[in-house]
Write a protein that binds this ligand. Structure first.
Ligand code: HEC
Length: 89
């Protein structure tokens, strides 16, 4: 039940862009000209204690790196057999 709550929350706009992932609204922060944007804890990697007292780790850039590596080493048949993803972005 606690895992379902966390998964549901992290897949809503205000959950992923808010307390569930330790993000203060924006995932890619504003920057000054000539400087790089800082990224949210959700993107860079963070371990948080959720409202149920359970420790949860998010590391979105690493998750995307692993996903891309798996994609690059897959055949077209394997890729076509994967379930369709329906992420917010
Ligand atoms: C699973 C987590 C997640 C969910 C759910 C999510 N977002 Fe995001 N959002 C991100 C990330 C990560 C970025 C940074 C761009 C990128 O690389 O995807 C982002 C970027 C954005 C931005 C650009 C500003 C910024 O934060 O950098 C807006 C605006 C935004 N999202 C709105 C929304 C809205 C509206 C929804 C709901 C329909 C939503 N997001 C759902 C993770 C999420």
């Amino acid at each position: 039940m606690e895992d379902a709550r966390a998964a549901f929350s992290a897949n809503t706009c205000s959950g992923c862009h808010g307390a569930e992932t330790g993000t203060s609204l924006k995932q890619v922060l504003r920057r000054l000209p000539g400087t790089a944007s800082d990224l949210s804890p959700f993107l860079k990697g963070v371990t948080l204690t959720d409202m149920c007292g359970i420790s949860r780790t998010y590391s979105e850039l690493e998750r995307r790196r692993v996903d891309l590596c798996q994609l690059l080493s897959s055949t077209c048949t394997q890729i076509n057999a994967e379930p369709r993803v329906t992420f917010a972005h």
